[in-house]
Design a protein around this ligand. Sequence first.
Ligand code: MBD
Ligand code: FE
Length: 285
Amino acid sequence: MTIDTETSTAAASGASATERFRADKSPYAAVKDTPKERVDVLAREVLGAVHATIRKHKVTYDEYNALKSWLIQVGEGGEWPLFLDVWVEHVVEEVATSHRQGSQGTIEGPYYVPNAPECGADGTIPMRPEEPGTPLAWEGTITSTDGTPLDNAKLEIWHCDDLGLYSQFSKGQPEWNLRGTFTVGPDGRFTVRTIKPQPYQIPTEGACGQLIEAAGWHAWRPAHIHVKVTAPAHELLTAQLYFPGDRHNDDDIASAVKPELMLAPEDRPDGSLGVAYDFILDPIQ
Ligand code: MBD
Ligand code: FE
């Protein structure tokens, strides 16, 4: 896979997200493996909801053609992953994890890359020598729902930089900047050193940006740290952690904030932040 890191246009980040999805996920998601009865009921009900909206609001041919033109642009700009993850994924996540006893999760979003560099149980995420941003030291444990520490559990972390940009989806950052894997020992403990990310604005020049502007919405997500936590015989936990007081915690464009995902960082005398946050994984039944 080649990812264009020379430009940071919406089309470039969209194309990168589309390639990423094709490489990692589309092999697992073939329509042909879904039973006919299921495709029939889901497709019929979604189309029925579209038909009902057209009738209710007396949608015109001009509006129908505006929609057609916009959908063509979503595809051409590679923005289907962005569109779906921002406006649809949160409900899929809610349904998929409603049985859990352990930690709450939230959406993955379009910018996860597997196999980030290993940082150990106590380490610093890959960053540039003068990485801008407030240093953040985060300690925690990974346990099972019965309290047992999960030896060999992995905490993968990715987040944007102080300009709100993700490595591999915009220009100017080394390949693995602010992406790391932390593997714990028998005590389940980890210490992560990174920087506090800034709020993130989804690309505004592409089709998703056009929708936001045309509808009078805003393009912001609150500052967040993405995580995936895995351990043998346990369910994968995908989550994001947020910071108190962010102006977009209550109106996240991606509807992905939950109260259980709030960090409680403390200011340290040296100007850095310290925080504790633990993860509890559900055993696979
Ligand atoms: C992101 O960084 C993100 O987390 C989501 C959900 C959508 C777009 C960009
Ligand atoms: Fe994100």
